[in-house]
Ligand binder design. Structure first.
Ligand SMILES: Nc1ncnc2c1ncn2[C@@H]1O[C@H](COP(=O)(O)OP(=O)(O)OP(=O)(O)O)[C@@H](O)[C@H]1O
Length: 265
């Protein structure tokens, strides 16, 4: 369990003001997504919470402690999980535990339930090149979960997957998260993904980056993505988010994915 408290957070890169005066509270075991156009500072915000990017001003507390450097109980996962190609599935999942000082045998044993959780039982001895892209993402997810982080920071983790695999991974993440809850901040370009997964969706705009809306997602858990997608409330939420995002000035780049998501309506 962990809660994240962001107050008056600003980040400048030289003369560029990425965002100013951002406030965000994420409660224990809450799943919050951040949705916004390219360049509004989503990744930068996540990196600051992860303790790998300095802030210009403001405060970021995890469980009441100011974040000054990476914390052992916070994990950041990216679009490309960067598996170690020379290690098997089992040793990739165990890797974070090895880094934390556990023996090979101990870490392999501790990795096992997470390999099963992501549906890769029986593939422990395979190497990344022997797996599909979706399976590799699952290994990365298992590796992140195996260290039992209180806070999981996810930066477009499914962005590189094809649409079908992406939906499967969303189902998987919903299932895993409901069995093994933790605090999640999930950055995405996809309105649908944000709605299906989250308790709340934070919508950002850019120039300068700022939070413009904090939307509570009303669907009960456990969730079935197919049922959510056909619920009339889903279409309303989607329209609301899209209308916030389209208020962006024309100069702002909206990703093809955001546009595609909307043209499907
Ligand atoms: N190290 C850096 N030095 C200078 N500028 C940077 C640096 N990192 C990010 N930026 C700038 O900060 C702004 C926000 O970048 P960031 O990657 O956080 O946006 P984002 O919302 O995550 O974008 P995307 O959705 O495209 O990933 C961009 O204008 C980017 O060019």
């Amino acid at each position: 369990m962990a809660n994240v408290d962001i107050t008056g957070l600003s980040k400048h890169f030289d003369s560029l003001s990425v965002f100013d005066d951002v406030d965000l509270h994420v409660g224990d075991n809450e799943f919050v997504s951040i949705l916004g156009p390219s360049g509004c500072g989503k990744t930068t915000l996540l990196r600051i919470v992860a303790g790998i990017e300095e802030r210009t001003s403001g405060s970021v507390l995890v469980d009441g402690d100011e974040v000054e450097r990476p914390r052992p109980d916070t994990t950041l996962v990216f679009q490309n999980f960067r598996l170690l190609p020379w290690r098997t599935v089992e040793d990739n999942v165990a890797y974070g535990l090895r880094l934390r000082g556990k023996s090979k045998a101990e870490s392999r044993a501790a990795a096992q339930p997470y390999i099963a959780m992501v549906g890769l039982e029986g593939r422990e001895k395979k190497y990344p090149y022997q797996l599909s892209g979706g399976m590799q993402q699952r290994v990365g997810l298992a590796r992140a979960l195996a260290i039992k982080p209180g806070t999981l920071l996810m930066d477009e983790p499914f962005g590189a997957l094809d649409a079908q695999t992406r939906e499967l991974m969303q189902d998987e993440l919903l299932r895993i998260w409901s069995n093994d809850k933790r605090t999640v901040i999930f950055v995405t370009h996809s309105i649908d993904e944000a709605i299906v997964l989250s308790d709340r969706v934070i919508v950002m705009q850019s120039n300068p980056g700022r939070i413009v809306e904090d939307i509570t997602i009303p669907f009960e858990r456990p969730r079935t993505p197919t049922a959510i997608r056909t619920d009339p409330r889903f279409a309303r939420l989607r329209a609301e988010m899209w209308s916030l995002l389209r208020q962006e000035p024309l100069s702002t780049e909206l990703s093809p994915e955001l546009l595609n998501g909307v043209s499907g309506e």
